[in-house]
Design a protein around this ligand. Structure first.
Ligand SMILES: [Zn+2]
Length: 330
């Protein structure tokens, strides 16, 4: 059983500071993450939180050790992930289509960081960028990664009306109009933009396969191999006009609340076998005696704390008039 207490036990391990440093493709300055101060639960005890959402009803999901540490999180009321409640999302006609302009030549390497695998891009220039949507500025792609479960019944970080997906893709971008380095942007308001895409099990994803084929080479924590010419646009759904957006945080330490989340309404399909290769990766390094499968590498859900989730589409405006309405108008 996943309890609220378990939910609120993240810790900023050295490893995940490294994750953030490495993600930018630069040498970090060793700047520590946000200083933990107090419980999220105390800061934001509002009734719009459904604790632990759907995971509560699942058989015991063994959370990653990162979420079993001391009971501290960065103070804040804009944490991620969240449950997206479709009927409570607010249509915003100002939300424009996303404009992605990715150069596959900027793809550099793939890395098992002990929590997920990261496909890293050269972000020293504006060659792979994201604009539009809810964003005022231009954001540079630095890496993408996935979160997934041990079974197909769960694995995503965000949920839609409490529905879990087997996996979720995160394309991480930083604001290159306002900041000069990822390390700077990650600490600041409006510093990051992350696109979230849900994965469902179905047909094999041809674009993903090149990535899947590279995974056996980075089975152990700490392994890095060259990985080039991969176009991340192939992992976006065909419809990128319909999305939800909200202000939130990173879902790994330092958990900074610097993220404009853009969660795609349309999912992509991958095969069970492709996800099985994700699950064949290991949290552990080659030297460790007991090897641990890389599964359930997600953070559980966080309180909404009065935030609104905006949608770029209008699911309910097209309803046909009811018979009752007809009576009044005739
Ligand atoms: Zn992520």
């Amino acid at each position: 059983m996943v309890t609220l207490t378990a939910v609120l036990r993240p810790l900023a391990s050295q490893l995940h500071r490294q994750l953030v440093r490495r993600a930018g493709g630069h040498q970090g300055n060793g700047r520590p993450g946000v200083q933990p101060h107090g419980l999220l639960q105390q800061i934001c005890a509002v009734p719009d939180f459904s604790p632990a959402v759907t995971l509560r009803d699942l058989p015991a999901v063994k959370l990653h050790p990162m979420w079993q540490g001391p009971l501290v999180v960065p103070g804040g009321d804009r944490q991620s992930p969240i449950d997206i409640v479709v009927r409570k999302s607010v249509f915003d006609s100002e939300l424009k289509p996303l404009v992605t302009d990715y150069d596959p030549q900027t793809c550099q390497q793939i890395w098992n960081n002990g929590y997920s695998f990261l496909v890293e891009y050269d972000d020293t220039t504006d060659k792979s960028t994201l604009k539009g949507g809810p964003l005022q500025d231009k954001f540079r792609l630095c890496q993408f990664h996935f979160h997934w479960g041990e079974s197909n019944a769960w694995g995503s970080e965000h949920t839609v009306d409490r529905r879990l997906f087997p996996a979720e893709l995160h394309l991480v971008h930083w604001n290159s109009d306002k900041y000069s380095l990822f390390e700077e942007a990650v600490m600041e308001d409006n510093g990051l933009a992350v696109i979230g895409v849900f994965l469902k099990v179905g047909r094999r994803h041809e674009g993903l396969q090149k990535l899947v084929d590279a995974l056996p080479a980075i089975r152990h924590k700490g392994s890095v191999v060259e990985f080039t010419r991969f176009d991340p646009a192939c992992l976006l759904p065909t419809n990128t006009e319909d999305y939800w957006t909200y202000h939130g945080s990173l879902t790994t330490p330092p958990l900074t609340e610097s993220v404009t989340w853009i969660v795609m309404k349309q999912h992509i399909e991958v095969s069970h076998d492709q996800l099985a290769v994700f699950r064949s990766l290991l949290f552990t390094s080659a030297e460790e005696e007991v090897q641990k499968s890389m599964v359930n590498n997600f953070r559980v859900q966080q309180p909404l704390c009065g935030r609104s989730v905006r949608s770029s589409f209008t699911p309910f405006l097209q309803e046909a008039p009811s018979t009752e309405d007809d009576k009044h108008t005739h």
